[in-house]
Design a protein around this ligand. Structure first.
Ligand code: ATP
Length: 247
């Protein structure tokens, strides 16, 4: 129902470098406890949408020039990324963004900077190792020497260290073998079901995203062009023709 919408993006426009209009009125909503995917090809505007939500546009010389973004009914456009993490909104950026020179465990611990209690940090670390047994076996390895899949898992694990309510995941499948993509998505589904983490996932891999999501939005050239229940989108002829097999 409309009552349990946690994230509401309302007609946002984003401009880069004062002139390049990249998002042309994007609206979407994410219900509590669901997995919603944001689909579309290269350059459609998925990353920009996630950056707008987690207020990471500034470093890219981008700004939201129209519309609004609400998390649990509160406007969040002017909050810093750190404020958002405190409210439970954490973004996992595209590419793997592990610190190459730190071990897997040190990387995970960097995700707990908003949590002061040692007990909570230790409990979160155990939780991450429980969901990602691979990370436990690699805990003392330098991230630079772990696989792409392990680094993606580490990036998601680091987000989990912040005890998030909502994770914005940018293209988790990027550069990974299909079997590893499946492994990552299975863990995401597990975190969603057992930890009640809500996910908004930007993906070019439409097949995989629709298999795991509850609902999907499809973007093209800075606009949402279609949305629906994941199972409906997966069976839609246009989606099959234009998007399945991508990624
Ligand atoms: P990808 O899968 O390649 O990340 P995407 O759907 O996430 O694609 P965005 O990265 O949001 O798309 O890019 C949307 C558009 O904005 C593209 O045309 C891109 O060239 C442009 N763009 C992205 N970042 C910047 C920037 N920092 N400055 C100017 N233009 C940008």
């Amino acid at each position: 129902s409309a009552n349990n919408i946690v994230l509401n993006v309302n007609g946002i426009e984003v401009i880069y470098n004062h002139v390049i209009l990249v998002l042309k009125g994007v609206s979407l909503s994410v219900p509590e406890g669901r997995i919603v995917s944001l689909l579309g090809g290269n350059g459609a505007g998925k990353t920009t949408t996630l950056r707008a939500i987690s207020n990471l546009l500034q470093g890219e010389r981008g700004e939201v020039t129209k519309g609004s973004i609400e998390f649990r009914g509160e406007r969040i456009e002017n909050l810093t990324p750190a404020d958002l993490v405190k409210r439970g909104v954490v973004q996992v950026m595209e590419g793997r963004h592990c610190f190459a020179h730190l071990t897997i465990e040190e990387n995970l611990l960097t995700g707990s900077y908003t949590r002061s209690s040692k007990g909570e940090i230790e409990a979160n670390l155990e939780k991450v190792y429980n969901y990602f047994p691979r990370l436990k076996t690699r805990r003392t390895s330098q991230a630079a020497y772990t696989s792409g899949g392990e680094q993606q898992m580490c990036a998601i694990g680091r987000a989990i260290m912040a005890s998030p309510n909502m994770v914005l995941l940018d293209e988790p499948s990027m550069g990974l073998a299909p079997q590893i993509v499946e492994e990552v998505f299975n863990i995401v589904k597990d975190l969603n079901e057992k930890e009640k983490v809500t996910f908004l996932i930007a993906e070019q891999n439409t097949n995989m995203a629709l298999k795991y999501a509850d609902y999907g939005y499809i973007m093209e050239s800075g606009r949402i062009v279609m949305d629906g229940a994941a199972s409906d989108l997966a069976n839609n002829e246009d989606v099959k023709e234009f998007y399945l097999g991508m990624g």
